[in-house]
Design a protein around this ligand. Structure first.
Ligand code: AMP
Length: 214
């Protein structure tokens, strides 16, 4: 049974689907004889095992996907960044946009590795300069995210990064800010997707990739 409580989602029956060749992930042979998709599958399984379910956080009835055990393991953190990197590199982005706050962890690492810029999309009131904002609906009320007005130049190639796609409200608001600034949003990448919430439909027609699907 799956329950929805505001922005944070409950997953009672835990079944993880890790990204594999059936998801259209490219199969390029690696140096150790494994195909790249095989290596990504192995990495995804290790990463999935390091995501901790925390029941009743931040409220009763909610299962929070806690990625801190993954972040604190150097090899796994690197492998998870590499998943984003492999998906991002062929797209040749000019900038990575990361969503407050866990999207910063993966997005900035990818931007560093590709030598491209990083743009934070933050919760309202955190950015110091002039901003554009976009609001989205929660179960009770509204939330707003902001981006600096000069963060993206028209025509820049952008990849959006966050840790988790749930209802899609946050990332759709970020996508709106990117496209309104004239950015060319190439893809949205997530470590985790709660598939049953169909959040990716709010990002259409932007291609969405998630490495672990529940
Ligand atoms: P949404 O706007 O519903 O797609 O929610 C996505 C944002 O909320 C992401 O930035 C996630 O970090 C966070 N989030 C939503 N649900 C969960 C969950 N079950 N566990 C951890 N983070 C979540």
């Amino acid at each position: 049974m799956q329950l929805r409580r505001g922005r944070i989602q409950v997953v009672a029956a835990e079944r993880v689907h890790v990204l594999g060749p059936e998801d259209g992930f490219g199969a390029r042979q690696g140096t150790d004889g494994l195909f790249k998709s095989d290596m990504q599958q192995v990495a995804s399984e290790r990463i999935a095992n390091a995501v901790r379910n925390v029941p009743d956080f931040p409220r009763a009835g909610i299962i929070f996907k806690d990625i801190t055990p993954l972040l604190s393991d150097g090899a796994l953190f690197k492998e998870s960044i590499d998943l984003f990197l492999n998906a991002c590199e062929p797209l040749k982005p000019d900038k990575i946009v990361g969503i407050d706050a866990r999207g910063f962890l993966f997005g900035s690492a990818v931007a560093y590795q590709l030598g491209v810029g990083f743009v934070p999309v933050r919760k309202k009131g955190k950015l110091p300069y002039q901003t554009k904002e976009a609001s989205y609906t929660l179960e009770y009320g509204e939330a707003t995210v902001e981006m600096h007005v000069d963060a993206i130049a028209p025509g820049e190639r952008i990849v959006l990064v966050d840790d988790l796609l749930a209802t899609g409200g946050t990332s759709a608001a970020a996508a709106k800010l990117i496209t309104q600034a004239g950015g060319n949003l190439l893809a949205a990448l997530f470590l985790i997707e709660l598939e049953f919430l169909s959040g990716r439909r709010h990002l259409a027609p932007v291609p969405v990739t998630a490495f672990l699907k529940y």
